[in-house]
Write a protein that binds this ligand. Sequence first.
Ligand code: PGA
Length: 251
Amino acid sequence: MAGKRTALIAGNWKMNGLVADAAALAGAVAAGAGSVNCELLVCPPAVLLTTVSDASKGSKLAVGGQDCHAAVSGAHTGDISAEMLSDGGAAYVIVGHSERRADHGEADTDICAKAEAAHRAGLVAIVCVGETEAQRDAGQAEAIVGGQLTGSLPAGASAENTVIAYEPVWAIGTGRTPTAQDVQAMHNHMRTHVRDSHGAAFSDGVRLLYGGSVKPENAEELMALADVDGALVGGASLKAADFLAIAGCCR
Ligand code: PGA
């Protein structure tokens, strides 16, 4: 990756963990956070935010949410605002994960509003994009991802308040990954796309994470790619040793 962008390795715990596991896992990751050459982030289920924030206090491990509502507060049963995440110790929030897009019918306009909410609350939004297998097979991957970027990135996105994660849907939790050449080609496409929409300061500085079956065995090759500035890690983020080993691949 380019030297001016500090790599970010983000763990998405999804719907996993109870208080005792979360404290132990976050504590183990926090203990290793000082010896890796990147920023480290974990995104636990919202109910575990304060547990994880407490376990990471005094370390370089940052904490984030997995989703937020666009509004500050109100009659939205079961939802959580960006302000609430911030109050619980979060500095980041993932928005537009493909599991949210698929399971909750979230469209680009929803995700754009959530990213704006994140910025309003002072959080960094990790905006996720990625094509399905059928879309890739049909040769539409770049067009799909470009369209998602156009629809999901708010006008006020900056390199400081936004991170973009490319997560091909077919690579999530499957053990399959695109080739290194395909990842680099997509990341280069994304950087060019956002230069056109948001300007050179954004495209030069924004961190582009790769996500989808990242593990210690493939992280070295992926993290060495010119336009890959870190990873969004699901399954392997649930084991401190694996997560730290992935982070150890950032030079
Ligand atoms: P995975 O998930 O690492 O388990 O493939 C990645 C993600 O969904 O963020």
